[in-house]
Design a protein around this ligand. Sequence first.
Ligand code: FAD
Length: 255
Amino acid sequence: MSPLNYLRPKTMAEAMEQLQSGVALAGGTGLTPRRAQIETVVDISDLGLDKITKIQKIFQIGAGTSLQAILGNVEVPAALRQACVLEAGWNMRNMATLGGTIMEADGRSAMLTILLALDAEIAREPEGDLIPIERFLSVRDKITLITQIRFEEPRKLLYEQVARTPLDFPIVCVSLVEADESSRTLRLAIGGYGMRPLRLPDLKKFVRKGANIDEIVHRAQGAYENAGDEWASAEYRSAVAGILVRRLLEEGTAE
Ligand SMILES: Cc1cc2nc3c(=O)[nH]c(=O)nc-3n(C[C@H](O)[C@H](O)[C@H](O)COP(=O)(O)OP(=O)(O)OC[C@H]3O[C@@H](n4cnc5c(N)ncnc54)[C@H](O)[C@@H]3O)c2cc1C
C-alpha cells in the first residue's frame, strides 16, 4: 500500500485545487475500508461545513455536519433526526457526516428516502450551484464537493419502515411530506431496495377524501414489483410498500 497523502485546506479555493487530485475526506468511515485504492485525501473539516441553520423556513445543513450533531439539534424535524439513528450506531454517528452519508447511501437509506421526500437541494462546488436531490442522484459519481443540504421546513414529515429489527436498515421504508399550508402538496418516497430510493408522483391533499389512495397504493406496489433480493422477495416488498404507503397517506391526510 502506498503512503497516504493527507491534505487539509483552509479555504474553498485551496480545496478545489487539491480535490483535482484527491478525494474528499469527511468522517472517513466510508473511505477507510477503501484505503488501499486511495493516494490522496482532502480533509474538509476546516472549511466550516458543519453548521445547521434555519433561515425563515429553510433548513441549511452543512455537508460536514456529523449525524450525531443533526440528531442533537431539536429544531431539525423529528423523522430526519431519527434517520440518523437508523443510519449508524453512536460511535459512527460522531464521525460520519451528512455529506458522506448521502454520497455513499443506497436504496436502504432512511436518510436518503426522507431527503427525497423533502425535495432537498444539494449545494455543490466548484459549480457553486444548488441542484435538486433527484438530479444529485443521477450525477453523484461526478460530484467534487457537496457543501450544504437544504430543504424547506415541511408542515408534516412522516417515516415508517419494516426491517428485521427496529434499528436495522429497512427492507421497505416510506416517507411522506406535506409541503406547506398553501400548496398542500404531498410527496412520497419509498426505499429499502436497490441503488437508491424512489419518488412517487406528487399528490394534492385531496386524497384525504379517499378517492385516489388506492391508485397511489397501486403505484407503490408497482414500483417494487420486481424488487427482490437476498433480504426479501419482490412479492413481499411490493405488498409491504402498499401497506406503508396507505398507512402514511391515511395518517398524513388526517387533520
Ligand atoms: C462498519 C461500517 C458499516 C457501514 N455500513 C454502511 C451501510 O450499511 N450503508 C452505507 O451506506 N454506508 C455504510 N458505511 C459507510 C459509511 O459509514 C457511511 O456511508 C457514512 O455515513 C459516510 O460518511 P463519512 O462522513 O464518514 O464519509 P467519508 O468516509 O469521509 O466519505 C465517504 C465518501 O463520500 C465522499 N464525501 C464525503 N463528504 C463529501 C462531501 N462533502 N462532498 C463530496 N464528497 C464527499 C468521500 O470522498 C467518499 O467517497 C459503513 C461504514 C462502516 C465503517
